[in-house]
Design a protein around this ligand. Sequence first.
Ligand code: 3Y8
Ligand code: NAP
Length: 249
Amino acid sequence: MPNLLILGGTTEANALAKSVAGQGIPAIYSYAGRVDTPRPQPIPTRVGGFGGAAGLARYIRDHRISHVVDATHPFAAQMSRNAVNVCDATGIPLVALTRAPWASGAQDRWQHVPDIAAAVGALSGPAQRIFLAVGRMHLADFATQPQHHYLLRLVDQPQELPMPNRDVIVSRGPFSVEGDVALMERHNTELVVSKNAGGTGARAKLDAASALGVPVLMIDRPVLPQRTEFTSVPQVLDWLAHSGVNLGV
Ligand code: 3Y8
Ligand code: NAP
């Protein structure tokens, strides 16, 4: 009997969960537990870390997981590394459901940096009004550049914040171009800082920046170990069918 583990937390993972629920494929959705109220899913859901690679291996064994789909965000590098290592070691089939990196267009004004530390370094100039749309987990890194005024978009209301001049928007995506144009106009944004998440759920701020002629500091993705990568739900379903999972309907 197949039993799919979806490592989730993204728009694509949610689409896959909906699809496997509709086809009656036994599956479990996994969240890290990063936010207060993660979006409910149409399949059984677990929340919280596994306890490192050993914990993931134990979970796979104890729950008789037959296939793993890593549909985590491209910056969730530790989870992806653990999934590759554990599935290699245990022989459990693994694929990633990811999304192509965003690429700049002719009218875009992007500066690429390799990681968050380099993005912080790139902000060492005079004060600007910055839309820092990289979430909560790495805010402390940017506190070393307190001269800027930051517009922060967070999923949950923060307890305290490590920079003096900031406005906070509590909002989870997916976002709209109109909404992000209005937001950036209201805050006179002069620079957008973004992770290269790819996909559709957070692309709006880039299209808004382009429409407003605002430059973007684009943080490139961490390098992940080699694994089979798909970028659509049908590809994952086809992989499941070819690895012995009979798709219900
Ligand atoms: C808990 C689960 C959907 C899925 C929504 C996608 C789209 C919006 C883009 C901006 C950028 C950011 C952030 C973002 C995106 C989708 C998708 C995506 C970026 C939820 C979710 C969880 C998280 C965790 C959260 C992080 C934070 C990052 C906000 C659910 C809503 C900035 C990444 O407060 C915290 O601790 C938040 C932590 C990891 C990055 C950070 O460093 O703070 N995501 N985001 C997941 C878990 O517990 O396992 O409730 O739905 C999921 C989504 N986040 O269709 O509804 O698929 O990419 N999430 C980034 O890209 O920079 C927002 O504001 O423009
Ligand atoms: P990470 O740095 O790669 O992972 C750190 C640890 O968090 C992992 O080792 C694992 O703990 C736990 N973890 C991560 N994803 C998990 C999942 N889906 N289910 C169970 N445990 C998980 O991950 P992250 O960047 O903190 O991302 C956490 C979650 O937020 C993921 O679901 C990701 O898809 C989502 N997300 C992240 C971003 C982002 O910018 N990083 C953006 C959007 C959504 P153990 O070692 O204890 O197993």
